[in-house]
Design a protein around this ligand. Structure first.
Ligand SMILES: [Mg+2]
Length: 120
């Protein structure tokens, strides 16, 4: 069975794009969150194998959500997928516990390889 992934992004089109790419590569999308708070709640109930996390979102940003998910489960697997690739932000995300940082716009292979590596 495919590994369970929770997709977090405030843009419906980006969630759909990620879902299509990952499903095509054998992963199972168990949930979609439109902000960090929903991601934390869904992580709690779904316990996915991996979370894809946007940074800039309303209600709760991705860095805060990573911190909260890590409080729930220190072993949580989280990859950031964000348009903002500034060094400081990447470091902040990695310090919060993200495994990798994929900068938008991305090639399908880049996200698939980041997800596969994080789940290996
Ligand atoms: Mg966003």
């Amino acid at each position: 069975m495919g590994k369970k992934i929770l997709i977090t992004d405030d843009t419906a089109f980006m969630r759909l794009t990620l879902k299509n790419i990952l499903e095509k590569n054998g992963f199972e999308i168990v949930g979609e969150a439109e902000n960090g708070q929903v991601a934390v709640d869904l992580y709690n109930s779904l316990r996915p194998d991996l979370v894809i996390m946007d940074i800039t979102m309303p209600v709760m940003d991705g860095i805060t959500a990573i911190t909260k998910i890590k409080e729930i489960d220190a072993k949580a697997n989280i990859i950031v997928c964000s348009a903002m690739g500034q060094r400081a932000l990447v470091i902040q995300a990695l310090n919060a516990g993200a495994r990798d940082f994929v900068v938008k716009p991305f090639q399908a292979e880049r996200i698939v390889s980041a997800v596969s590596k994080a789940l290996a």
